[in-house]
Design a protein around this ligand. Structure first.
Ligand code: PGA
Length: 250
């Protein structure tokens, strides 16, 4: 059976104090054993969060980005191995905010995925179309193109280290969620493309998350779709009660 994942993307939010309260509240919560909870926190919080978790294996820590080079004169950047040393098991790559505000291309995202996998970091690879592409009915082609470019050169064995997150840009932080049918259409297309490349068994095992205004009130219906294996949750992950509710929505 595929892993189920509730991943929180905190973005550039939380003071140290707020982060600690959030983690402590999550630790007091309960959710299904089959659900892996992930918190993607700012770089500065990675090691602290690991400490607060105190080895609790129910919650994994993720970074929200990493550089594609291993080291060198890249002022302000953080490498995949540094992220691993700080205690992260996952890294979010290709988020639309990185693509938009930091000009990250599919090729750059591909190099970052390479760097993550080479360092034993699992990649949460984000894809998603802007509104005008959906309105012109080009969304499936657009996202499959991102998928192909982002995963170029990734081997069959490495697919086990990958999580895909479909996040339509028009649904991120807007309060507008893709309908379960819209999301399922894309998840199904992504999985069929993976089946074509890597075979049915591998493709069936890849967790594909939906992201974009996931809330406690819509999570159950979204996660009930055949090809939706959980969520990448921004805003609602900053409230422990909401996030726990979402983690229980499978
Ligand atoms: P949102 O963000 O849940 O606030 O829409 C999702 C994301 O950007 O990962």
């Amino acid at each position: 059976m595929r892993r189920k994942i509730a991943a929180g993307n905190w973005k550039m939010n939380t003071s140290k104090h707020e982060a600690e309260s959030l983690i402590r509240e999550l630790l007091q919560g309960t959710w299904g054993d089959e659900v892996e909870m992930i918190v993607a926190v700012p770089f500065t919080h990675l090691a602290w969060v690991g400490e607060w978790l105190g080895g609790d294996a129910r919650i994994a820590v993720a970074a929200q980005n990493c550089h594609h080079m291993s080291h060198g004169a890249y002022t302000g950047e953080v490498s995949a191995s540094m992220v691993v040393e700080a205690g992260a098991k996952y890294v979010i790559l290709g988020h639309s905010e990185r693509r938009e505000y930091f000009d990250e291309s599919d090729d750059l995202v591909n190099s970052k995925i390479r760097a993550a996998l080479d360092n034993g970091l699992r990649a949460i690879f984000c894809l998603g179309e802007p509104l005008e592409i959906r309105q012109a009915d080009g969304h499936v082609e657009y996202v499959l193109n991102q998928l192909e470019r982002g995963l170029r050169g990734i081997s069959l064995e490495e697919m086990d280290q990958l999580v895909i997150a479909y996040e339509p840009i028009w649904a991120i932080g807007t309060g507008v969620t893709a309908s379960p049918d819209q999301a399922e259409e894309m998840h199904e297309a992504i999985r069929s493309r993976c089946t074509r490349w890597w075979g049915a068994r591998k493709a069936a095992a890849i967790p594909i998350l939906y992201g974009g205004s996931v809330k406690a009130s819509n999570a159950h219906e979204l996660f009930g779709q055949r090809n939706i294996d959980g969520g990448l949750i921004g805003g609602a992950s900053l409230d422990a009660k909401d996030f726990l509710e979402i983690a229980k929505s499978f």
